[in-house]
Every structure is written in C-alpha cells, then in structure tokens.
Design a protein around this ligand. Structure first.
Ligand code: F0G
Length: 488
C-alpha cells in the first residue's frame, strides 16, 4: 500500500519509462503542417524570429507554456459562473480563497500577467542605486529593474552552468556569494532578493527548499525582503518532492506552503502557474500590501480584478487548486524527461537533468561551428522550424539585452527551448520532435548564422528581425527534400 502522499506512478511491463496521460482529450484543435517551402517563406517574412511567425504556419507550437497549457473541463465550466463587477466581484473572492489555500497567503493584488507584478515591484522598490541579487534573471524581471535604474546580480553556483549534470537543484542561489554581495553593496541599496522557482533561462532548473531556507536566513540577517517569483513554483514543488529527501512524503500543498512561507512577497504569472491568464502579488505582510496596493488601480485596474477578466479569474482559482494534483503537475515534466532522455540517446546535446517548462537543446554544442556573434541559438530555432514546423524559442544572446554602453552581452548559455505546455501534446508528436531534431543534428553543418536587420532597444527578441548570413536555409531545404522526398 502506498503512504498518504506518495507520488502516483504507473509502471510498464516492458520496463520502459513512458509518460502516461492521466487525462483524456475531449476538445481538439486542428493543426497545420505546411510544406517546407512555405516554412522558408514564413521565416523570411518573420525575420528568422520565431516570435514573428503566425500559427497558420506552425505545426507544434513549443514557443512557450505561457497561456498555452490546456485548461481542464472544471476550469472552463467555472468561467461560465464569472461574476462581472468592477468592484467586489465574487470571482475575486473565490480567487482569494484559492490563493490562501494553495499559496497560504492572506493578501492578494491581482495583475494582468507576471511582468505587471514586476513593473509594480520595480516602481515601488527599485531606485538608481539599487542592486537586486537573484539566482538568475528572467528577461522581463531584469528589464523592469533596469528600466527603473537598478542593476541585478546573478548568484548561481558554478554547477548551474554545467550542461550535462545530474545535480538535482541547479537553480540554487550561491549563499556565500549572496552574503558577500550584500556586505559589499550595503543592505540599504538592496530593495529585495529575488528567487525564481524553476529558474527559466538555465533550462527550467529548480532550487531546493534547504537553499530557500538558507537564503531566508541571510535576508533575516540583513533585514532584506525576500521575493519569490512563483510563476513555475508548481513544477519546482513537484521536483522538490521527487528530489529532496525531506519532502518525499509531503503533500504538494505542504511543500508549496513551506516555500511561500519563506518569502515576504510572492508573485506569479497565472499564464504558467494556473494554466489561465492573469497574475498576482501575494503576501502575509500588511505593510508590503499597503506599499503596493495603490499601484494596482494605477497600472492594472481596480484591486478586485487587476486587468484580468472575471472569467479568467475563475479559471485561475480552479487552476491553482489543480496544481496540487500530481497527476496534472507531473505531466509536463514527465514528457520533458522523455524528450530529453530519448534525444540524448541519439547524441543530441541537451541540458540535463531534464527540468520543467520545456526541453533545452544546447545550441553552442549543436552549432559549434557558429560563433556567438552570429547567434547559434537563434539560428538553431530557425533551422528547426524550417525542417519540422515546430516552433521553439531562442534563449541565448538574442534574448540578452545590451549593456549600458550599448555593447552586446553574450549569454552564458545558448539554448533552443522546446516548451512542453501541460497536457497539450501526445507522445507521437513528441516522437516527431525527436525524429526531426535527430535529422537536423546529423545535418548540423548546413546550419549557418544570423545577423540583426532590425533591433528594437528593449526586449529585442520579441520584435527584432534577423537574416541568414548566407544561403544556408536554401541548402538545408534542398537536403531535406533529398532525404524526405515529398514528405511534409
Ligand atoms: N517570471 C518567470 C519565471 C517567467 O517565466 C515569466 C514568463 C514571467 C516571470 C513573466 O510572466 O509572461 O505573465 O508576464 N515567462 C514566459 C516564457 C513568457 O515563455 O517563459 P508573464
């Protein structure tokens, strides 16, 4: 018999480790798999930037899990009961209750998405002299700090940058470095320390609760606020249960409460956390709540909707409860693990251990012949779309921002991220991804570099346009036709 909070698991007679869907598909959406010739046209139209493609040309959309996780029947039906009111909506009261039950925080400020919370934190707390230490930056989190004149310091341990590793918690904050930087900078210049659950840009890698406790102890020592970016906290909590001995028999709720209980302020993107839209800032500290409260009506909307439709607020409340269900929260990580492990078997360089939100291909190794000045991860994202119709996201130097003098800053890692949103793709679709990735790996010498033709000043990866440095896309297409004949 299983103990009370043991993780549910299904073993196969064959011994194979196959992620099994513990849900059924009841609503479907037809996909388009257009020929490679059209995909090349689409890339040219979109400046070789996968953000600039439209879904008519995309087969499997692995750009992100943000706002693309499948919703449940219970979420959709809850949306029908939305209580539309500018102030005092019952939908918001239900959300407050869900936040209290799932995250164990009393005060909630709703915002339209995660970066809106980052904007409010930046405006309220970041000054020209500020430094915000964090385990690692996320693009929008960093942009809102630098837009307000502040700087960031990334304090991971060296093991976080090791591509092939079996370290269970690569997202851990370097505690000694944190203590040291606070001493050097002066605590008065540090408005908060930011911990990002399932550190996105290094491959969706979690931190341990022990590490969070150690960060808390340093924050207590210097009386600095601890902010938890909980956008991916559900999966981080799930991996804590899998990988941190102390928590293996705890419930998801107990683990989440332990994590949020160590932070002064928790914010999240509901596009990720609760498979809905929206976001939130939550705290048990009334002083913090009052410091931020007035900014919500200014930037977002009244404090009982914060720019989110009441339908989405209902979906958010139900989605929050669903993060406690391991058969749901394990779904994306188990598919990612399968994708990573099967790709590794074919020699494809992947970040290990498999993390959350997506599988991450090491473009620096995959495209070792492309210099960082020609954006290997951007080139790989474009090449992979060309040969498969699968849209991934560049997470490398294109996603980096220039320094104060306008110089390029090259990313620590050049990654192609293939997001696996919750409950969206089937195993044969994942097999197709592995198959096309493996073909591209065998033909990797045909991939060439990219250069910017249009570069916006802020968050350039969204709207920027690039062009290939040679006619490599045509050559890659010709090889595809040679090997695959008239296959789509
Ligand atoms: N924090 C983290 C860790 C995130 O991953 C994101 C978004 C945000 C904050 C911002 O939230 O999009 O609702 O404004 N990540 C998405 C991604 C965009 O594709 O990884 P948002």
């Amino acid at each position: 018999m299983s103990s009370k909070h043991q993780s549910p698991q299904v073993k196969f007679y064959s011994g194979e480790e196959i992620p099994l869907e513990l849900h059924k598909v009841r609503i479907v959406q037809k996909l388009n798999l257009v020929p490679i010739e059209r995909r090349l046209e689409a890339l040219n139209e979109g400046g070789f930037n996968t953000f600039q493609l439209t879904t008519l040309d995309v087969f499997l959309d692995m750009l992100t899990d943000s706002g693309t996780n499948a919703m449940s029947d219970n979420q959709l039906s809850a949306m029908m009961q939305a209580d539309d009111a500018y102030a005092g909506s019952q939908s918001f009261i239900r959300l407050q209750k869900a936040v209290l039950d799932v995250l164990n925080t009393k005060y909630l400020l709703p915002v339209h998405q995660g970066r809106a919370a980052e904007n409010i934190l930046g405006v309220a707390y970041v000054k020209k002299t500020s430094l915000v230490p964090m385990n690692y930056h996320f693009t929008t989190a960093m942009a809102h700090i630098t837009e307000n004149g502040g700087r960031i310091a990334e304090l991971l341990y060296p093991e976080a940058y090791v591509i092939n590793s079996d370290h269970p918690f690569k997202g851990n904050m370097n505690i000694e470095a944190l203590d040291e930087i606070i001493k050097r900078t002066g605590k008065e210049h540090i408005p908060y320390v930011r911990m990002e659950a399932s550190t996105n840009l290094i491959g969706g890698q979690p931190f341990s609760i022990q590490n969070l406790r150690d960060v808390r102890a340093i924050c207590d020592k210097y009386e600095i606020r601890l902010v938890l970016d909980a956008s991916l906290v559900g999966e981080n909590a799930y991996l804590v249960k899998q990988r941190e001995e102390e928590f293996k028999d705890k419930s998801m709720a107990e683990i989440l409460h332990t994590m949020t209980g160590l932070a002064d302020l928790v914010y999240f993107s509901a596009r990720k956390l609760s498979s809905s839209r929206g976001g939130g800032i939550c705290t048990n500290n009334l002083k913090i709540y009052h410091e931020l409260e007035a900014l919500v009506p200014l930037y977002e909307g009244f404090t009982t909707y914060g720019g989110i439709s009441t339908r989405e607020i209902e979906a958010m409340a139900v989605g929050l409860y669903e993060t406690l269900d391991e058969t749901m929260i394990s779904q994306s990580p188990s598919f990612i693990k399968y994708l990573v492990n099967e790709s590794k078997k074919k020699g494809i360089p992947m970040i290990t251990p498999a993390g959350v939100l997506g599988a991450h291909v090491d473009a620096m190794d995959f495209c070792s012949h492309i210099p960082q000045t020609e954006y290997p991860a951007g080139a790989l994202a474009a090449a992979f779309f060309l040969v498969s119709g699968v849209r991934g996201m560049e997470r490398g130097s294109v996603s980096n921002q220039r320094d104060e003098e306008g110089n390029e800053t090259y990313a620590d890692m050049e990654l192609l991220r293939l997001a696996v949103p919750r409950r969206v793709f089937t195993l044969s679709q994942i097999s197709y991804v592995i198959d096309r990735l493996s073909w591209l790996y065998d033909n990797r010498e045909l991939i060439g570099g990219l250069k910017f033709t249009y570069e916006p000043p802020v968050l350039r990866f969204f709207m920027g346009k690039l062009a290939p440095t040679s006619d490599w896309p045509q050559k890659l297409m010709a090889k595809f036709r040679k090997d695959f004949g008239n296959s789509l």
